[in-house]
Design a binder for this molecule. Structure first.
Ligand SMILES: Cc1cc2nc3c(=O)[nH]c(=O)nc-3n(C[C@H](O)[C@H](O)[C@H](O)COP(=O)(O)OP(=O)(O)OC[C@H]3O[C@@H](n4cnc5c(N)ncnc54)[C@H](O)[C@@H]3O)c2cc1C
Length: 440
């Protein structure tokens, strides 16, 4: 019997899922699939990873839901190309449906997958799901890639209609008539964390519900106060793994708070930029910023990582990150600015550290924001702007409530003196970058 596969990647949900809806409407019974990608797992820094634990739990939840609906969910561990090649030989697969992913690794992988499937006579169909506008959907009037967020935002909002945010009917179609049942022997066991060589790591992740209405309504007033527990929406992990639909989230933001809508549009913006400029995952977008002579002092980097710089807001942020896998945007900006300007360390070191630690780690957003802070990106803060971590503290945490939560010894002799003086550090960075830009 001919079937089709729906390959879940960054969309671990059944409701409002573009590719899943298309597969279920295709007329062929669907077998949902998840592949634990060995090429990605091999690079995880630890054998106990909270993100993998989260993915595992979500995949198991999908598998249960598929069984309850009368179908079979397949999960495999390995290299996607090899797994898919084996599956199309094992089953009579007519098509593989999946949602687009815009990262450089993913686009290369999908090109290779498309070729292999085509060679086996299997259609490979991709859908836009994790963003509203992607690739060339929004261009400047002269047809170039937009690099000014304000102009991109204006075009975005002008183009956005209710139709773009209308949910796909995948949940309604997720019924036995549209699903395919495979015997347990043929389906094989689903991988466990242990079978893949990993252990569980529990870390708090907010639920996959939409943020509470009052959080959304107050967002513009509370977002820059890190001491507040509900000052921001905390949806980034869900958006990363697709346990929440971006259409649903945007629909709410559009109705209740334009500031929040704009922040979510930054996510589409950075994904669009990375798709156009995949080289920026690993190098400065601005060629004039590629030869900046960063100091890259390893002891100072370690002090930053461990929250021992003597700057309370920086240290609080890094300790929160280390303990929880999260830190609020405003503090991300402070710690990133401090690393690239005050310590004058390559933004890629910080980007990598965040990638290892953040539960919501997402290549496009991480690289885009790091390059923004370093002044190296397609869209950037000016390279000569160096924010004072002390003024930042006075602005966002004047009573030091946030700082004291993470750095209890602040103000006592146990707390280190500042690792570098602000004015000296600012001049050192600005002069070195200026000189590098002249010779670049
Ligand atoms: C140096 C640095 C690195 C970052 N790395 C990541 C990352 O790896 N993954 C990630 O998802 N976000 C990253 N961000 C963006 C932002 O800090 C987080 O998305 C946000 O803090 C998550 O918390 P929240 O869901 O409560 O955000 P909210 O403030 O409630 O915003 C809602 C959603 O809007 C989007 N958003 C908000 N701010 C930004 C932004 N500046 N850029 C892009 N999207 C945004 C996110 O999807 C977020 O979940 C980074 C920011 C900086 C300054």
């Amino acid at each position: 019997m001919k079937i089709c596969l729906f390959w879940h990647r960054r969309d671990l949900r059944i409701y409002d899922n573009a590719g899943l809806a298309a597969a279920l409407a295709s007329g062929l019974p669907v077998v949902p699939l998840f592949i634990y990608d060995q090429d990605i797992l091999d690079y995880l820094p630890d054998k106990a990873d909270a993100r993998l634990t989260y993915i595992f739990d979500e995949v198991e939840r999908l598998a249960k839901a598929t069984k309850a609906a009368g179908g079979t969910f397949l999960a495999r561990y390995g290299k996607p190309l090899e797994v898919l090649r084996a599956l199309v030989q094992e089953f009579e697969v007519a098509a593989v449906h999946t949602n687009e992913d815009y990262e450089p690794y993913a686009t290369q992988r999908d090109t290779a997958v498309g070729q292999i499937l085509q060679a086996h006579g299997v259609d490979f169909l991709l859908y836009k799901d994790q963003v509203i506008f992607a690739k060339d959907d929004i261009m400047t009037k002269s047809g170039t890639v937009p690099k000014v967020f304000g102009a991109y935002y204006k075009s975005y909002v002008a183009k956005l209609t209710d139709e773009d945010l209308h949910p796909y009917d995948s949940a309604d179609r997720f019924i036995s008539k549209n699903l395919h049942l495979i015997t347990p022997e043929k389906a094989g066991p689903r991988p466990t964390l242990a079978s893949m060589g990993f252990e569980r790591k529990e870390q708090y992740v907010p639920t996959s519900d939409l943020p509470a209405e009052d959080v959304v309504r107050n967002y513009h007033k509370t977002r820059n106060t890190p001491a507040l527990q509900n000052g921001t929406t905390r949806i980034s992990v869900q958006l990363r793994f697709g346990t929440l639909s971006v259409r649903q989230v945007m629909h709410q933001a559009k109705a209740l708070n334009p500031k929040l809508l704009a922040e979510i549009i930054w996510r589409d913006f950075f994904m669009m930029l990375l798709w156009h400029y995949p080289n920026t995952a690993t190098e400065a977008y601005d060629p004039k910023m590629r030869q900046v002579p960063y100091r890259n002092n390893e002891d100072e980097f370690l002090a930053w990582c461990e929250g021992r710089t003597g700057y309370p807001l920086v240290d609080a942020g890094m300790r929160e990150l280390n303990q929880t896998g999260y830190l609020p945007n405003r503090v991300r900006m402070t710690v990133a600015g401090f690393l690239v300007k005050h310590l004058f360390i390559d933004w890629r070191w910080g980007e990598k550290y965040f990638a290892d630690k953040l539960l919501d780690y997402e290549l496009a957003n991480n690289v885009g924001n790091w390059q923004w802070m370093a002044g190296t990106g397609a869209v950037s803060a000016p390279w000569f702007r160096v924010y004072s971590p002390e003024s930042q503290l006075a602005q966002v945490d004047p009573e030091m409530k946030y700082v004291k939560r993470w750095v209890p010894e602040v103000g006592t002799p146990a707390y280190p003196t500042p690792i570098v003086e602000h004015k000296f550090a600012r001049e050192r960075a600005v002069e070195a970058i200026r000189a590098a830009r002249i010779t670049a």
